[in-house]
Design a protein around this ligand. Structure first.
Ligand code: B12
Ligand code: SF4
Length: 455
């Protein structure tokens, strides 16, 4: 007999980069919730599998219901695997960021599209199928149904409320992930093991390039005790060395984060972790607390070295001076600092881009990533450039220097790549030469000139 529910993560890591890999938390949550109701659930995480192996596993699981995750880069894979699932599953469901934002593009290949959080919706679908719950799918909120359920007409059952109290959710079903494969990936590339967890959902801000319509701007966090308990499980049951908090933004409510740090210290959890923070919410007091509680790295979205670009173009609502103080506060407390930058945002000029390059290469960062703008559907950025889009090639992951301009830009890809190279090069030289970097200044002026003269 097959399983009641097979949840699929259609991401195939090509092994080309050392890039972090994480288990799919969303379907882990859905699996855990359905298991508490007594359903037999399996996860098919394709990260370390070949396509043939994935197909074989679907065939042998023979699920009654198959649910497939999809984000921007996975739409085609999800649709292909849906075809395979059709052979045995009674119902094939799509869910995740893309189906939540654009349900209509999935309705020809899937029976149901779940919009938003999946834990309750998927369990209610299972209960309907075995007669335990609501007999009419039309009464289950948050579903887009294809014609099969409504006399050939596609229909929406109405929005589902977000889960207010995240503590009601069981922890993701980590026993269904291939933890050993993830550990081996980290050991091979980083000499330690790491996994992800999530302490909150949503983000109250609305940066122009960021995409999160499925959770809305509603920020909800778990209680410190509930978060700390999952950290203990990861450390002592699953034996990982480090945790990466995959929250959209981990530090949104300073008091809550301070309480969480006290909880971690009080329980004596000896695990290192890292997270994302905004710069305007970060100060020395918080930095010291974080460090004491095991936080070894904070990553800030610094984005640009120019206040006009940050606020008028990106709607980031921060100032460059706040970026500088936040980095100093974290470094002062002994926390490593990473940062994200975007170079060549539509509306930028040579001067603003050079300010970004200078900020990235002169701050005492331990790591930074600088990319060209990638317009995610659903964002303000996308709306502004959608008529100039050349390609929609999200299927291929973007590695290191493989940047690709998806829309017609006033600057060439070569110039933007040169800018990114310049930022990295000067950052490396500063780290290497320390106070002797001034010897290198003439070369920096030369690369400034070269950058400006490129089209
Ligand atoms: C970890 C992560 C990754 C990991 C891999 C994904 C993973 N293991 O989950 C890595 C680092 C590889 C990665 C890469 C990329 N990522 Co990423 N990633 C994330 C991140 C930070 C966390 C995902 C997570 O665990 N969420 C927590 C869980 C609980 O939420 P969830 O997954 O949304 O699940 C809920 C619902 O969506 C729904 N649901 C989820 N799955 C399913 C399945 C079914 C059947 C149903 C019914 C419901 C359902 O129910 C869940 C529980 O409520 C998210 C941001 C975020 N915080 O969510 C971005 C995010 C998913 N990534 C994003 C992007 C754009 C990318 C990249 C394209 C970036 C790039 N430029 O390279 C690449 C693509 C890689 C590739 N080749 O495919 C975007 C997706 C936007 C979109 N429109 O699809 C996000 C939302 C970030 C953002 N705000 O822009 N990513
Ligand atoms: S970039 Fe960060 S702060 Fe801005 S909307 Fe996205 S998650 Fe929130």
């Amino acid at each position: 007999m097959g399983v009641d529910l097979l949840l699929i993560f259609p991401y195939f890591y090509d092994g080309r980069s050392r890039h972090w890999q994480f288990p799919p938390l969303g379907i882990g949550y859905i699996a855990a919730y359905a298991k508490t109701l007594g359903y037999r659930v399996e996860i098919l995480d394709c990260t370390f599998l070949s396509q043939d192996e994935a197909v074989r596993r679907i065939e042998s699981a023979k699920p009654r219901v198959a649910g497939i995750y999809s984000m921007l880069s996975m739409v085609n894979q999800a649709k292909q695997l849906a075809k395979v699932c059709r052979e045995s599953a009674e119902v094939v469901i799509a869910g995740g960021p893309m189906p939540s934002a654009y349900p209509e593009i999935f309705l020809d290949d899937f029976d149901i599209v779940v919009q938003g959080e999946g834990e309750l919706s998927v369990s209610e679908i299972l209960e309907k199928l075995d007669g335990r719950g609501e007999s009419n799918l039309g009464n289950v909120k948050g579903l887009w149904l294809n014609g099969r359920f409504n006399g050939g007409k596609k229909s929406f059952t109405g929005p589902r409320q977000l889960i207010n109290n995240l503590d009601i959710l069981p922890f993701p079903a980590r026993e269904l992930y291939d933890n050993e494969k993830y550990k081996a990936h980290y050991r091979r590339n980083y000499k330690y093991t790491m996994t992800s967890m999530i302490a909150s959902r949503g983000c109250p801000f609305s940066c122009d390039f960021c995409w999160r319509p499925d959770y809305g701007r509603v920020y909800r966090h778990r209680s410190p005790a509930n978060i700390a308990e999952e950290m203990e499980e990861i450390r002592y049951k699953w034996r990982y060395d480090r945790i990466w908090f995959a929250d959209e933004i981990f530090i949104v409510d300073k008091k809550h984060v301070m309480r969480l740090c006290d909880e971690i210290v009080g329980r004596g959890i000896d695990i290192e972790w890292e997270c994302l923070s905004r710069v305007d919410l970060f100060d020395s007091e918080l930095a010291r607390k974080l460090r004491k509680a095991g936080c070894y790295k904070v990553i800030f979205g610094l984005e640009s070295g120019d206040d006009y670009v940050l606020n008028k173009l990106m709607n980031k609502r921060i100032k460059v001076s706040q970026s500088v103080s936040a980095v100093k506060a974290a470094k002062g407390a002994g926390i490593k600092v990473g940062a994200f930058f975007i170079l060549g945002y539509p509306g930028e000029n040579n001067e603003t881009m050079l300010k970004t390059i200078k900020l990235a290469s002169s701050l005492p960062l331990d790591y930074f990533s600088m990319t060209i703008p990638y317009p995610l559907p659903g964002t303000g950025l996308y709306d502004r450039v959608k008529d100039k889009m050349d390609t929609f090639e999200w299927e291929k992951p973007i590695h290191g220097w493989d940047h690709k301009l998806l829309f017609k830009h006033e600057f060439s890809l070569m110039k933007l790549k040169y800018g990114i190279w310049k930022a990295r090069f000067h950052w490396r030289m500063r780290r290497k030469l320390g106070p002797l970097y001034w010897l290198f200044k003439p070369y920096e002026f030369y690369t400034d000139w070269r950058f400006k003269s490129m089209k």
